[in-house]
Design a protein around this ligand. Structure first.
Ligand code: SAH
Length: 593
C-alpha cells in the first residue's frame, strides 16, 4: 500500500498562521521534510510523532528519493514550505520529478510572507486610484531575471520584493532609473508575524541607509509603492495645485536627459555628472557611450515614446538637442504649468541652457542655471519676475535649504509680484538685504531665523518656508587649528551647495572631546556638539568606511556614523564621508527629533 505526499504551505512564521487543512494533514504525517530554518519549529509540533527532517542541506535528488521511498512504504509524507509553496519555493522541479515517477501528490496553499507583510503594515496592496496590481518579484541573484522582468521594467504597481533586502542600494537606484520618484515610500518588514517582527520605513532615496542603520537581517520583505502612504499620495496626485520639483532641490533622481548624437551624449554625460541621480535616455546604438549607472536605453527611433514617458515620470527634462525637436515632441504633452515638468534645452557645446517650460513653478529657471554652471555656459531665462531681478522664492528655498510648506501659493505670489502689489517679507535679515532690500513694493516685516513668511498686501500669511535642519559629522587629525578646520569643512560644505549657516548640530567621536581645534570651532560658531563612543559609531553601517580611522582608532567611520547618530530617527543622508585636507565631513538632514 502506498502513502500520500502533500506539499503544505507553513505560512509566514507564526504557528497559528498555517491553514486548518495544513495542520490536519501534518497531524496525520509520518514524515515531514521542512524547508530549514525559515519554518517555525513550533509548527512541527502539529506533526505529533512524525519524523521531521530539514531539507536545508539536501539537494533535489535526495529530497525526491526520501519522499518517494517513504511513499512506497505507505507513509504519509508532508513537504513543508514557508509561506505559500508556489512562491520561490522551488516546488516546480519537485512536482516534475514526482510526475516523472508517476507518484501522485497534493498541494495545500499557505499564507505568503508578502501577505503577512501587508497585515503587519496594515495597508491595502491594491488601494483604488493608486495601484491596482501587486508584483511579487526579487532582485537577480544566482537566478537571473528573465527579459522584460528586470527591475528597470517595474515602472508601476505595488512591489513585494522577496530575497532582496541585502541589495537595497542597487534596487533603489534601479527603480529610480525606472522612473519611480526618489520619494516613493518603502517599508522593510523583518520576520513578519514572528514575535520579533520589525518594520523600517523610508523612501527609495534613503531606505538602504535606514535599513543599514537598523542592521541587516535576512528574512525580510521589501514593500514598495505609494499604497504605503495613500493619504499623502492621493492628496498629492489629486491636488490640482500639485507642483513638480519642490520636493527636491536638485531634482535628485527625477531628471531625465536626452541626447541624439555622440557629441550630445558627451555633453549629457557631463551634465549628468553634476546632477545627482539624473539619468540619460539614449538610443540603442549609443549605449556604450553612456555610463551604465546613468543609462536608460530606448530602441532606435523610439525617441517619441521615451520622451513621453519621461514627461510623465520625471520632474525635469534636459534635452541636448535642437529646441525644435523638443517643442514638437512636447506639443501634445503640455498640460499646465502646475504639473508639466521643467524643460531645459542645451546646445551640444553647452554654451546655452535655455529654460523652455515651467520656468518658475516647475523650477526650469533654477535647473537652467544649474546646467549652465556645469557646462560653463549661459542660462537663458525669459520669465518676467526673473528678468525684473526678483530672486524667485522657490530658488531662494532651494539655495538656502528651506522647505516650502505650501508651494501651491507660489503662483499667487509670483502673479502679485508681477502686478506690483505690496509684498511683505519676514526672513533672515541677511537674505533680505542680499536680494530684496530697496526694491519697489517690498516691505520688510523683520528678522526671523528659521522661517520665511511672504504676505501680499498684508492679507495674512500666504507662503511659508521652514529652514531644513542638518547634522554635520566631522573627523579630523590631532592638532588641527580651529580656523583650518572651519575652512576645510566649509569647503566640503560649499562643494555640495551648503554653508555653515545650514548646520544645526555637529557630531564627532568621543576621542575628539578634548581636541582643541574642534572645541574652538564649536565655540566660535555656537553650534551644539555631540560626541559618540567607538562602540556607538560602530553600531551604524555606513557607505564610506574610513580605513585610517579603522586602523588608528578601531572605528569604521567617524564623520558619517556620528552625523547619522546625531540626526537620530529618520536621518536622511545628504552626503557621506567626504575628505578635504586633514578633515572629513558628512551631512545628514534631521527629519524627526
Ligand atoms: N514561499 C515563501 C517565500 C520563500 S523565499 C513565501 O511565500 O513567503 C524566502 C524569502 O521570503 C525571504 O528572503 C524573505 O524575503 C521572504 N520571507 C519569508 N518569510 C518572511 C517573513 N516572516 N517576513 C518577511 N519576509 C519573509
Amino acid at each position: 500500500m502506498s502513502g500520500k505526499i502533500t506539499f503544505v504551505g507553513a505560512g509566514p512564521g507564526a504557528a497559528d498562521l498555517i491553514t486548518v487543512r495544513g495542520a490536519k494533514i501534518l497531524a496525520e504525517a509520518d514524515l515531514v521534510i521542512y524547508a530549514g530554518s525559515l519554518v517555525n519549529e513550533a509548527i512541527l509540533s502539529y506533526a505529533g510523532n512524525a519524523e521531521c527532517v530539514s531539507s536545508g542541506d539536501m539537494n533535489l535528488n535526495e529530497i525526491i528519493e526520501l519522499m518517494s521511498k517513504a511513499w512506497e512504504t505507505g507513509k504519509n509524507v508532508v513537504r513543508l514550505h514557508t509561506g505559500d509553496p508556489s512562491i520561490y519555493g522551488a516546488v516546480g522541479e519537485q512536482f516534475r520529478e514526482l510526475e516523472k515517477l508517476n507518484i501522485p501528490f497534493e498541494v495545500v496553499p499557505g499564507v505568503s510572507s508578502a501577505l503577512a507583510a501587508a497585515a503587519a503594515l496594515k495597508i491595502e496592496f491594491t488601494e483604488p486610484e493608486i495601484s491596482q496590481r501587486v508584483i511579487f518579484t526579487r532582485v537577480a541573484g544566482r537566478t537571473p531575471l528573465p527579459d522584460g522582468e528586470r527591475i528597470e521594467d517595474l515602472t508601476s504597481g505595488t512591489l513585494c520584493m522577496f530575497l532582496s533586502v541585502s541589495a537595497l542600494d542597487k534596487l533603489s537606484a534601479d527603480l529610480i532609473r525606472a522612473g519611480r520618484r526618489a520619494s516613493t515610500p518603502v517599508a522593510v518588514v523583518y520576520r513578519a508575524s514572528w514575535p520579533d517582527e520589525e518594520i523600517v520605513y523610508g523612501t527609495l532615496e534613503n531606505i538602504a541607509q535606514k535599513a543599514a542603520v537598523h542592521g541587516v537581517k535576512r528574512q525580510a520583505m521589501v514593500v514598495i509603492g505609494d499604497v504605503l502612504d495613500p493619504g499623502k499620495t492621493k492628496s498629492k496626485l489629486y491636488d490640482a495645485e500639485f507642483v513638480h520639483g519642490y520636493r527636491n532641490d536638485r531634482f535628485y533622481g527625477k531628471c531625465a536627459i536626452f541626447a541624439l548624437t555622440p557629441k550630445g551624449i558627451g555633453k549629457a554625460t557631463q551634465i549628468a555628472s553634476g546632477l545627482a541621480g539624473s539619468v540619460i535616455f539614449t538610443p540603442e546604438k549609443f549605449t556604450s557611450l553612456v555610463p551604465e549607472l546613468r543609462r536608460m536605453v530606448y530602441p532606435d527611433g523610439g525617441f517619441s515614446a521615451a520622451f513621453a514617458r519621461a514627461w510623465k515620470e520625471f520632474d525635469a527634462i534636459i534635452a541636448v538637442t535642437a529646441s525644435g525637436i523638443v517643442v514638437r515632441h512636447a506639443a501634445g504633452l503640455v498640460n499646465s504649468k502646475k504639473v508639466d515638468p521643467a524643460v531645459v534645452v542645451c546646445d551640444e557645446n553647452g554654451d546655452y541652457a535655455i529654460s523652455l517650460l515651467s520656468g518658475h513653478i516647475g523650477g526650469a529657471n533654477r535647473l537652467a542655471r544649474a546646467v549652465a554652471a556645469i557646462t560653463g555656459g549661459k542660462p537663458v531665462i525669459t520669465t518676467a519676475s526673473d528678468c525684473r531681478g526678483i530672486m524667485a522664492l522657490d530658488e531662494l528655498a532651494a539655495k538656502y535649504h528651506y522647505r516650502i510648506v505650501n508651494p501651491d501659493k507660489l503662483t499667487e505670489i509670483a502673479q502679485a509680484i508681477l502686478e506690483n502689489k505690496l509684498v511683505s517679507l519676514k526672513m533672515p535679515e541677511e537674505l533680505f538685504n542680499r536680494y530684496y532690500n530697496g526694491m519697489d513694493n517690498v516691505e520688510y516685516l523683520g528678522d526671523s531665523k528659521d522661517v520665511i513668511e511672504v504676505k501680499i498686501n498684508a492679507s495674512g500669511v500666504l507662503l511659508k518656508m521652514v529652514k531644513r535642519r542638518f547634522a554635520l559629522g566631522i573627523g579630523c587629525r590631532r592638532g588641527i587649528a580651529g580656523a583650518d578646520l572651519k575652512a576645510e569643512v566649509g569647503n566640503i560644505l560649499q562643494s555640495h551647495g551648503y554653508s555653515w549657516n545650514d548646520i544645526n548640530l555637529i557630531a564627532s567621536a568621543e576621542l575628539k572631546k578634548d581636541e582643541p581645534g574642534l572645541l574652538a570651532l564649536v565655540e566660535d560658531l555656537g553650534i551644539p556638539v555631540k560626541f559618540f563612543s567607538g562602540e556607538e559609531l560602530n553600531s551604524i553601517q555606513v557607505n564610506g568606511v574610513s580605513h585610517a580611522a579603522q586602523e588608528h582608532l578601531g572605528i569604521n567611520s567617524v564623520s558619517e556614523a556620528a552625523a547619522l547618530l546625531a540626526a537620530g530617527k529618520g536621518a536622511n543622508l545628504i552626503f557621506g564621508k567626504t575628505a578635504s585636507g586633514n578633515v572629513t565631513a558628512a551631512l545628514v538632514e534631521i527629519v524627526e527629533e
